[in-house]
Design a binder for this molecule. Sequence first.
Ligand code: HEM
Ligand code: HEM
Length: 300
Amino acid sequence: MYNRWLHFYCVVLAVCTLFLVVAGASVTSNDAGLSVPDWPLSYGKLMPDEMKGGIFYEHGHRMVATTVGFLTIILAVWMWKTEERGWMRKLGWIALGAVIVQGVLGGMTVLFLLPKPVSISHACLAQLFFTLTVCFALFTSAGWKRGPEVVEDTGSPPLRSLAVLAALTVFAQLALGAAYRHGALGLVPHVVGAIIVAGVVLIVAMFALQQFPQHRPMRRAALAMLLITMVQVLAGIAAYMSRIYTSDSIQPLPVMVAFTVLHVALGAVTLASSVVFAIQVVRNARPPLAERISAVSVAS
Ligand code: HEM
Ligand code: HEM
């Protein structure tokens, strides 16, 4: 049964998580990661005496993270109590586990003075967690409850494989971005990755639009992924240029911070859009009947 309030709650959680990604990216871009030296408390208190400079970003990020953590607990319990779909109840607990691991990684970045592998893992898990919240909004939507509009995926290679490949390529690109941002890799792999991602997303989206132009969920998901990815490439170029043009000033300058934070947040939205597209394709585009029959007879 469609639960309007649960869907609304999931949308609110996704919006709060995007705000949390913005808050987290502001910590990194303002070099504020070590402004509060202890964890889980801040200067030995729940609320530090001063919320100035880097402390504002670092402790503010912790406050938003705590709020999202509580919202996730409520969601997991709500779904456990009311969801008929067992896999959704499990997904609720997985989200709760992910937010706890993310909090611990965040604490470790502070206690171990920003070790690169931990900062990179914290950055990547943030993007995955946001994507999961967007999936909750999708799975609880009225459109999802109406059921799939099944079409035959006759392409070679199948659109399903291409859609999953696009999402995996975007995730690899996010990881390269995080590795560059935290100084583990140079810019070149990230820029080469951007060219590959842009190409893969363009081809796969065109493929979907050409094959199933009348299929609303797939068409909308393909267009959204394409548009967001292209804007993200522009935001990446803007983030880079803002750093180059302000390189002789004392950083962090607000213009550089703004473009970079935008690029990180749009990175999360890009991943979410590619995963939503992959889910819609896998759900709606099924292998041709003959292929399914032979798969069943081989299995039996
Ligand atoms: C749901 C929980 C959380 C999410 C989704 C989240 C998300 C993020 C994001 C997106 C960034 C920016 C990464 C980047 O720009 O590369 C970040 C940075 C950071 N977060 Fe979190 N965070 C969470 C919880 C926490 C907690 C509980 C702490 C506790 C101390 C924390 C501490 C930090 C620190 C210190 C940074 C800066 C790391 C650096 O500059 O290397 N985070 N977070
Ligand atoms: C679809 C393509 C792209 C995606 C999905 C993407 C994603 C990302 C993400 C998620 C981050 C931050 C990772 C973190 O959380 O720590 C990042 C960092 C960065 N990206 Fe991209 N990016 C793309 C294209 C580009 C392009 C074309 C450029 C242009 C040169 C670029 C330049 C940068 C820069 C400069 C940073 C580091 C910002 C800083 O800390 O100063 N990106 N990218």
